[in-house]
Design a protein around this ligand. Structure first.
Ligand code: R5P
Length: 300
């Protein structure tokens, strides 16, 4: 693709490399460091003048730092003469604070959408944005917002493995996961179902079965958009094991993975555990660069 460059943050390095190979374009990581007083220094290391610039940012861990560095990069890229900018934010942070749950709270995702709309001007691409109280993200991000899905990449990762499809069910841990469970079930041609979830605290989650499972089920593929504390997955796995399903596979789009989550998941003796590389992590085995690349091709 002519006249296109990819600029990423360090956390999106691997994804940016795969994307640059797929689109056959140059990529570079921004130069970034912290001044002694805590301020961010950022430099765009390649020529962006008159070019379409893809700014690919994985936002994880020190989220606020990543958000600010993306803002600096966006503005600098404009100032340096880019013709247009596509912001690719594979994991959209703050999407779970999508309402004023208590008087006086900031509705963080709305604030973020205003900042990104102001600085991006062209398209914003994200992957499986967590949508709960806001059902249509274009209401806050504008019409040039593209929400693509990682489920096709997950389905093809599963299909490439030797996998016994009989006696298997795809399970979504809560009602919101119906979109991912149904899509994955359809792609794999496996029956699917969703459970009911109640969150007591950030870490403590209770999952219940809504409808009875077919008696012959021996294997479950759990699918969710985010693993953060691992509480949802832990509770779902324990429930499925308690009703006699020994063989459990877990897949998710965004490995947010708060500090103790991997220990929690390791103790569950899963048959497989993998997420996409929207965020870097020890379990980001599923490459999503083609899905992002195809979305970019459709836009340009
Ligand atoms: C919530 O509704 C999401 O779809 C995920 O189920 C949730 O964010 C996972 O969080 P945790 O790993 O902390 O249970």
């Amino acid at each position: 693709m002519e006249n296109l460059v990819i600029i990423s943050n360090e956390k999106a390095y691997g994804l940016a490399k795969n994307l640059s190979r797929y689109l056959n374009v140059e990529s570079a990581v921004v130069e970034q460091r912290v001044f002694p007083d805590g301020e961010i220094y950022l430099r765009i290391p390649i020529d962006v003048k008159h070019k379409t610039s893809v700014l690919l940012w994985s936002i994880k861990g020190d989220i606020n730092n990543d958000v600010l560095s993306l803002m600096l990069a966006l503005d600098a890229t404009w100032e340096l003469g880019a013709e247009r900018i596509l912001s690719v934010i594979p994991y959209m942070p703050y999407a779970r604070q999508d309402s004023r749950f208590k008087d006086g709270e900031a509705v963080s995702i709305v604030t973020l959408s205003k900042i990104f709309r102001f600085l991006t001007a062209d398209y914003i691409i994200t992957v499986d944005m967590h949508l709960h109280r806001i059902e249509e993200p274009r209401i806050i991000f504008g019409d040039r917002f593209v929400n693509i899905s990682g489920i096709e990449s997950i389905a093809s990762y599963i299909s490439n493995r030797t996998f016994e499809r009989g006696e298997t069910v795809v399970v979504g841990p809560d009602e919101e996961s119906i979109q991912w469970a149904s899509r994955l079930g359809d792609l794999l041609k496996i029956p699917w179902m969703v459970l009911e979830k109640e969150r007591h605290t950030a870490e403590d989650v209770e999952v219940k079965v809504k409808e009875s499972l077919p008696i012959e089920v021996k294997r479950a593929i759990i699918i969710d958009d985010i693993i953060s504390t691992g509480g949802t997955i832990e509770s779902t796995v324990k429930l499925l094991k308690s009703i006699g399903i020994p063989d459990i596979y877990v897949y998710c789009v965004h490995p947010v993975l708060s500090p103790t989550s991997l220990y929690r998941l390791e103790s569950l003796k899963l048959s497989d555990l993998a997420c996409t590389n929207t965020l870097p992590s020890p379990i980001s085995y599923i490459d999503i660069s083609r899905t992002i690349g195809d979305a970019i091709k459709r836009i340009l």
